[in-house]
Design a protein around this ligand. Structure first.
Ligand code: C5P
Length: 222
């Protein structure tokens, strides 16, 4: 398999990371979860008492505490300065504030630089909100995944239950809608389908179906 880059964007809980991980495994590519990077900065801000509005101090945190990924049998782990934060960055205090942190141009510049370095030699499946439009505009394959908000909230609710995170369904749905709204209305690199991205609606579709559809796109375009 040629070492192409695959960009997968879409709103919260549209299935991006699930399918991206499977594709990366099947193709022997590196999976990069860019949402985890914005989440890590948010986690650091909470830990060090930095205001979510203070872009300069947030960038200082990025410089001070390197974010790294480790691929394991159980999946991808996220480390900040050697600390495993894979669980902590999925907690509601991070989830509900990450969109404010990710809206800063300075923060995005830093993280986009890191994401582009990861992908410079190809062979990467990267998921996020602006991969096809800003991070990897030359990616050979671009996918934009969507699903109804009801289904996305149901998926996240089940996921939280298995992880032991307590959430009220209606609150969760409202939080997803709010996050999508902020992510798609920010000035810098808003969540948007790239012109050359293939749109896939995953509502009612199985993971296997979605993966198979993307593999057809890869075959045609890769
Ligand atoms: O993908 P995930 O839901 O973990 O992303 C968390 C948040 O990180 C998003 O809601 C968005 O605010 C931000 N994000 C972003 N650009 C990306 C990936 C994530 O702004 N490429």
């Amino acid at each position: 398999m040629e070492k192409i880059n695959i960009a997968i964007d879409g709103p919260a809980s549209s299935g991006k990371s699930t399918v991206a991980k499977i594709l990366a495994k099947d193709y022997g590519f590196i999976y990069t979860d860019t949402g985890a990077m914005y989440r890590s900065v948010t986690y650091l801000a909470i830990k060090h008492g930095v205001a979510f509005s203070d872009a300069k101090s947030l960038v200082n945190l990025i410089h001070q505490y390197p974010i790294t990924f480790k691929q394991t049998e159980e999946g991808q782990l996220v480390f900040i300065d050697g600390e495993d934060v894979s669980q902590a960055i999925r907690q509601p205090d991070v989830t509900n504030n990450v969109s404010e942190v990710s809206a800063h141009e300075l923060v995005r510049k830093e993280l986009v630089k890191q994401q582009q370095i990861i992908a410079e030699n190809g062979g990467v499946v990267m998921d996020g909100r602006d991969i096809g439009t800003a991070v990897l505009p030359n990616a050979q394959v671009k996918i934009f995944l969507v699903a109804s908000v009801l289904e996305r909230a149901q998926r996240r609710y089940k996921e939280n239950q298995t992880k032991g995170i307590q959430t009220d369904f209606e609150t969760l749905k409202a939080e997803i809608e709010k996050r999508d709204y902020i992510d798609s209305h920010r000035e810098v690199s808003p969540l948007k389908q790239a012109k050359d991205a293939v749109l896939i609606d995953t509502t009612g579709k199985s993971i296997e179906d979605v993966v198979a559809t993307i593999k057809t796109v890869v075959k045609d375009k890769g």
